[in-house]
Design a protein around this ligand. Structure first.
Ligand code: HEC
Length: 160
């Protein structure tokens, strides 16, 4: 009889102990002091979304006035052949990097032009061997590529 009472007593004591412990831990965790303004600001900054969805066509006021809405929205005017050559193609075609036909060297371009101007332009658009598509610049339009090929041929004393 007695051992059973002892065991029961121990179990009850243990349960009470666990209850007190849980209350102590819970009370401890919940008793945080309120954040001051600076901490609150930091917290808000940390949990702020990285972007916001804009549902209107209108640019936000600050960008509209800062950079000029018109220039941000109108697509860039097509560049001339010589501009594209200077900005993109001459990086390789100026010095003949990777075996690129050199601007100004007729002998480099003549056998290539023999394929036909359209084929040549097509290769410049899609890329061929070490020549990357559009010279590695997807922002260049097909018309600009055409103008650039024409320009490089011209500078190499060839007519497309
Ligand atoms: C990263 C270097 C690089 C840039 C930039 C580059 N090219 Fe080339 N291009 C090459 C190389 C290399 C070849 C020779 C490929 C071959 O025939 O093996 C080549 C070949 C060509 C050819 C001849 C294709 C043929 O059929 O023989 C044309 C045309 C051409 N490039 C146009 C352009 C134009 C236009 C631009 C600028 C928009 C440009 N390239 C920019 C490297 C470049």
């Amino acid at each position: 009889m007695l051992p059973l009472v002892g065991i029961l007593g121990a179990m009850i004591a243990f349960t009470v102990f666990i209850g007190v412990l849980a209350a102590a831990i819970g009370g401890f965790a919940g008793k945080g002091r309120p954040l001051d303004d600076r901490e609150l600001a930091t917290l808000k900054e940390r949990i702020a979304p990285i972007g916001q969805v804009r549902t209107s066509d209108q640019p936000p006021m600050e960008t509209a006035s800062a950079s000029g809405a018109a220039s941000a929205q109108t697509p860039a005017a097509p560049r001339s052949g010589s501009e594209v050559v200077q900005q993109v193609c001459s990086a390789c075609h100026g010095a003949g990097v990777l075996g690129a036909p050199k601007i100004g060297t007729k002998g480099d371009w003549q056998p290539r032009l023999a394929q036909g101007f359209d084929t040549l332009t097509q290769h410049a658009i899609t890329g061929i061997r070490a020549m990357p598509p559009k010279g590695g610049n997807p922002g260049v339009s097909e018309d600009e590529i055409k103008a650039a090929v024409t320009e490089m041929l011209k500078q190499s004393s060839l007519t497309p």
